[in-house]
Design a binder for this molecule. Structure first.
Ligand code: G4P
Length: 526
């Protein structure tokens, strides 16, 4: 479709994910952002799933049946002339490959850290995926209204554990009960936590020397003077602000704040929107790059959400638009099969009523109702564009289960189900080398639950699953393979492409193997 405003519309898009360890405050900050964007009217709408705009959407129904969050998968709102798309990346037990793949569909990421806890396990895992993509990463250190760790110590930990430079955009003035405000380095002003103690205004502009103006009640405040010195030191000794490094994901701008008390969040949002990139070009399998301003529509499927309602077999394929404009009812081609598809039944994720149909362009996410045509990683395109986007990476599973059909008479549906779900990317499948037992692998427990549920409900195949726990999966070159390498501390298997791999009991078993076979290279997926 020819859209004369395409460039302008693409340039106003900001599509990002918020990553964090559970409880760092991702939901709280997301809610604040939605409130600023006018997408929700009261806090608690996302988390508490109380009344609100979300309730009006059909997603609520699906969510109720599944009992896990679907509504919050994609949230869109307008702020300050920008159209913001936030993609949810669940932590906890919801954790799955979906979470990782979602990070393939964003242009930047925000990492939320609890100021009392610092870098936690899940943040680190998600960060590594984002880092590999080389996209900008912004950091929000949360819960400043509580006593946390020293800001400097937090930055040091961040740099050390995540191997990234940090640049503080602001610096806390006090903390917990003693929190007075933020020294907003980037905007050269102070943002007061308790404006009423200092004349009522939230922002105090600083002079050119970074000083409080004469006759302001904050003048002479010793806490502020200490922070001023600290900031001077940071400016001298720390890394300087570097836009290029930020764009590559080699430096992260760090913001402190408190999501719960809505302190520092709006400044964060405004600064973030200033620096976060608009959609970039996407690479195709043959190394070309498709510009988001290309008029023909194209996109790729990064997630398939099964509708767990047994009465409907439909699913929703989440498509990241990479170029052009989506129009309801348009015809596209599914690259893998060459089949022509009509995009008739499509959801656009406005956190608003469904009737409020907005146009979708490169950078946006659409949800295509699917009756089984799409697979994860599929490209769809309009007209003559004929592109195939790069394959989405597979992630090394960490959890494994042995799986078999409960009813031996139902082998056929068991196999059909398992192969379809594997193709869809819901789960990874392996077979033990000699005995050909089925093993499924996942990065998160939720994947197993969804697998079991769908096998039963969609394929009428009850499965027996035997947990094998954590294993370390490593692939080897088939030419190195010797069946004698298999021992009691590892399991030799092959993946669905017939490639050999070992499932090691633990690090120790893997090291033992490497010592014994120093010439055999052990490879992981992403
Ligand atoms: P998550 O999505 O990252 O898992 O975190 P979520 O926002 O649900 O926040 C986890 C807990 O931390 C919540 O408390 C929330 O209220 C609290 N929290 C978030 N931001 C801040 C902050 O800036 N300061 C303080 N002091 N607390 C914060 P909860 O008791 O687990 O839940 P709730 O009953 O309050 O909803």
């Amino acid at each position: 479709m020819n859209n004369p405003n395409l460039r302008e519309e693409v340039d106003m898009r900001r599509t990002f994910a918020i990553i964090s360890h559970p409880d760092a405050g991702k939901t709280t900050i997301t809610e604040q952002l939605l409130l600023f964007g006018g997408a929700i009217r009261q806090a608690g709408t996302v988390k508490g799933k109380k009344t609100g705009n979300f309730a009006k959407s059909d997603w609520m129904e699906i969510e109720k049946q599944r009992g896990i969050s679907v509504t919050s998968s994609v949230m869109q709102f307008d702020y300050d002339g920008k159209r913001v798309n936030i993609l949810d990346t669940p932590g906890h037990e919801d954790f799955s490959e979906d979470t990782y793949r979602t990070l393939m569909a964003v242009d930047s990421a925000v990492m939320v850290i609890d100021s009392a806890k610092g870098i936690e396990a899940q943040t680190k895992k998600l960060f590594q995926v984002v880092k590999k993509r080389g996209i900008p990463i912004f950091t929000f250190i949360n819960k400043l209204d509580r006593d946390g760790r020293e800001p400097l110590e937090l930055l040091e930990e961040l740099e050390e554990l995540l191997d990234i430079e940090s640049y503080p955009m602001n610096w806390p003035i006090g903390m917990g009960k003693g929190l007075e405000g933020l020294y907003d380095i980037y905007n050269n002003r102070v943002e007061l936590y308790r404006p009423d103690n200092y004349g009522g205004e939230r922002f105090v502009p600083l002079d050119d020397a970074g000083d409080i103006p004469e006759n302001h009640p904050l003048k002479g405040n010793s806490l502020f003077s200490d922070v001023q010195e600290e900031v001077e030191l940071l400016k001298e000794a720390g890394d300087s602000f570097n836009r290029k490094k930020i764009a590559r994901g080699d430096q992260t701008p760090v913001f402190f704040g408190s999501a719960l008390t809505n302190f520092g969040v709006q400044t964060f949002l405004e600064t973030f929107l200033e620096f976060a990139p608009s959609p970039y070009g996407h690479k195709t399998i043959d190394g070309q790059e498709v510009s988001p301003y290309e008029q023909d529509f194209s996109g790729f499927v990064f997630k398939i959400q099964a509708n767990m309602n047994p009465a409907h077999r439909d699913r929703i394929a989440f498509v990241r638009i990479c170029s052009g404009t989506f129009e309801r009812g348009m015809d596209v081609f599914l690259e893998r099969t060459g089949k022509k598809m009509k995009l008739a039944n499509v959801t656009q994720f406005m956190a608003d009523t469904r009737e409020n149909i907005q146009e979708a362009v490169a950078g946006d996410i659409i949800g295509v109702y699917d009756t089984g045509n799409y697979q994860i990683g599929d490209t769809i395109y309009e007209g003559k564009l004929k592109v195939a986007y790069e394959e989405l990476p597979s992630f090394t599973p960490e959890l494994f289960m042995k799986v078999q059909a409960k009813n031996v008479m139902k082998q056929k549906s068991f196999h059909k189900g398992i192969y379809q779900l594997v193709q869809e990317g819901a789960i990874q499948l392996y077979k033990t080398y000699l005995t050909e037992e089925y093993i499924i692998g996942a990065v998160g427990q939720l994947q197993f639950e969804v697998f079991q549920y769908r096998m039963q409900n969609e394929y009428n195949a009850e499965v027996i699953m035997t947990p094998m726990g954590h294993k370390i999966a490593r692939w080897i070159d088939p030419k190195d393979l010797d069946e004698k390498m298999s021992s009691s501390r590892n399991i030799l298997a092959r993946d669905r492409f017939d490639q050999p791999l070992f499932l090691f009991e633990n690090q120790f078993a893997m090291r033992w193997f490497s010592d014994k076979y120093p010439n055999v290279e052990l490879k992981s997926l992403m």
